[in-house]
Design a protein around this ligand. Sequence first.
Ligand code: CIR
Length: 252
Amino acid sequence: MLALTREVSDAIVRCELTHVPREPIDVALARVQHEEYERTLESLGCTVRRLPADDSMPDSVFIEDTAVVLPELAIVARPGAESRRHEVAAVREALAPLRPLVEIEEPGTLDGGDVVVAGRAIFVGRSTRTNDAGIRQLLRAVAPHGYTVHSVLTSGCLHLKSAATALNSETVLVNPAWIAPPVFAAYDCIHIDPSETAAANVVSVNGRLIAGAAFTRTCDRLERRGFNVLRVDARELARAEGALTCCSLLVS
Ligand code: CIR
């Protein structure tokens, strides 16, 4: 498994923020936490390839938003925040040798963080970043490969993946405060601990999970359900409204 990641830009202090208040970000600490995340991916069998970034890309580390990678193809996103659009070029270049590419085009917008793939079903957050045209274009790209696409409304969070992530093809971790639970009625749903609102964002890699170390109760809950959880501290990245899935694009 290849994991594409991207450098934490010095400009992260000027990142986009929607639901999180602006607080000082310790860039050196954010880099330390990002490196620990990359080492954890490596410990799970991933080859990490980190793309460079520069001062024009405050949110570069959140590479997930620039594409959706499926076994059959990759969709090159068109991020809803204009400040993030030029992050896409280097990711397109990195993915081109690995997958046939389909581009989300104007007037469509789509952030990878809004896309949850659970088996052959794709759930897409209709958010401030992802619009109906973007969702329609995604549907056109993936339907020939046998995927269904379901548009989902969230409230109180930036992306669908802030509210729910797939642990495997049958199980979803959900924050029911940010998404109506019936959306995932066909799945075994595990709820986060209600005191840990941002805990639903976990990375599933090779049968194991990477979860935020700050969310001890939700991690304990996942372990009680039989999941093998690696805990990574990503609190400095969370000040930029990013979580764990945002920091990689997994290419199997
Ligand atoms: C943004 O607002 O675009 C970034 N500050 C955070 C993006 C986080 N990405 C994600 O949840 N997939």
